[in-house]
Design a protein around this ligand. Structure first.
Ligand SMILES: Nc1ncnc2c1ncn2[C@@H]1O[C@H](COP(=O)(O)OP(=O)(O)O)[C@@H](O)[C@H]1O
Ligand SMILES: [Mg+2]
Length: 367
């Protein structure tokens, strides 16, 4: 059976589309495509992530525009391969999160599923997070169930760490009588992207080169790590509602770092990601455990170097070592989640999200 996964995370870098072959156990990636975010659409989506005027009108319009973008990602992927449209059983579409407020009990992913179904002519599964929330969960992260299905090994404990806009970890104990745990650890790339955008008009800090040229600012790092989120127990999930330029600016002021070199702030932000992530990994892994990274941040050479130094003596690898390209893990997870839903199987892990129980996630839109 073939499934198509569509994913766009908090980074707003591009829409990731994959086609996978899944037989109920093994999952193979057979095609992938990355549909760039038009810059104007990116800016308007970014603006909707924070409270502002005229939100309903802007939301309504972006719901459709993003759906067109997601449909284009799916159609361009199908057109670029020789796959028969009819051979794809369903599309799993994550949608674009524009507000995630687990404390208030809501999360909002947009990109109208009706329109994607209409444009692709393929059965679509969408709105994966809200059923988990209705059952008392955080609605996030959802990838741990997929990580368990694909990466669990009865012989060794494993951590899968996804470094997207935010960062999240999944702990897979060899002994499967332990429930899988997983949660957001804090920012991944989001602050690095916004700081280099502001100071150097670049979309991201390639390989962490700019961060590597700076010096860590200890008072700022301390101030950033002071945030209660970092010490809060799981289940927990986060987003741009917390980790955004306003919060960063307030921390810079409090730490008296207003005159600091921008490169030094970038170095400190990279260290924040490395520390907050490695602290959680180190605390949950026993000797002999394995660490695998995925997501765009796994390409950041300097971040990898810092993680490797902080996590000594563990070896930090990417999911490529497990046979899954780190760039497509999340999109594959949403293809897999669509399969689960169509099979009437649950997609959430209550020990991860805090939901009252396992639930079949999402809604199905017929072609
Ligand atoms: N070579 C690289 N060096 C540094 N950062 C990178 C590199 N490649 C990708 N990234 C980072 O990864 C981000 C995208 O990661 P992704 O996993 O797609 O996140 P999301 O799920 O939030 O969209 C980019 O915004 C960028 O910050
Ligand atoms: Mg992305």
């Amino acid at each position: 059976m073939r499934y198509l996964g569509l994913m766009s995370g908090t980074s707003l870098d591009s829409v990731d589309a994959v086609v996978v072959e899944y037989n109920g156990r093994d999952l193979d990636l057979i095609a992938s495509h990355s549909e760039p975010f038009p810059s104007d659409l990116r800016h308007r989506t970014l603006a909707l992530m924070h409270p502002g005027d005229d939100e309903i009108e802007r939301l309504g319009r972006l719901d459709l525009e993003l759906a067109e973008l997601f449909a284009r990602a799916a159609n361009n992927l199908i057109d670029a391969t020789s796959l028969e449209r009819s051979s794809i059983r369903a599309i799993g579409s994550h949608g674009q999160t524009v507000r995630h407020r687990p404390d208030a009990g809501f999360t909002l992913q947009i990109g109208d599923p009706n329109l994607i179904a209409e444009r692709t002519g393929i059965t679509l599964v969408a709105d994966f997070r809200r059923r988990d929330m209705a059952a008392g969960g955080q609605g996030a992260p959802l990838v741990p169930a997929y990580h368990r299905a694909l990466f669990h090994d009865a012989g060794v404990d494993r951590i899968i760490a996804n470094i997207g806009g935010m960062a999240n970890v999944t702990l897979l104990r060899a002994d499967s009588s332990h429930p899988v745990t997983g949660y957001d650890t804090g920012p991944g790339n989001v602050l690095l992207d916004s700081w280099i955008g502001r100071h150097r008009q670049l979309e991201y800090d390639r390989d962490g080169a700019w961060a590597a040229s700076g010096q860590i600012l200890p008072t700022l790092l301390e101030r950033l790590l002071d945030l209660p989120f970092f010490d809060a127990p799981a289940p927990k999930s986060t987003g741009r509602e917390q980790f955004n330029p306003n919060w960063l600016d307030a921390c810079i002021r409090d730490a008296d770092c207003g005159q600091a070199q921008p490169a030094d702030v970038q170095a400190t932000l990279l260290e924040l990601t490395a520390r907050s992530l490695s602290r959680e990994i180190g605390a949950s892994l026993d000797a002999g455990g394995e660490i695998y990274l995925c997501g765009g941040g796994s390409h950041n050479k300097y971040l990898l170097q810092r993680l490797q130094a902080l996590l000594e003596p563990y070896e930090v690898r990417t999911t490529a070592a497990l046979g899954q390209d780190p760039d497509w893990v999340e999109a594959c997870a949403f293809a897999w989640l669509a399969a689960r839903t169509l099979e009437g199987q649950s997609g959430n892990l209550p020990a991860v999200t805090g939901a009252r129980g396992e639930r079949i996630l999402g809604a199905i839109y017929q072609p």
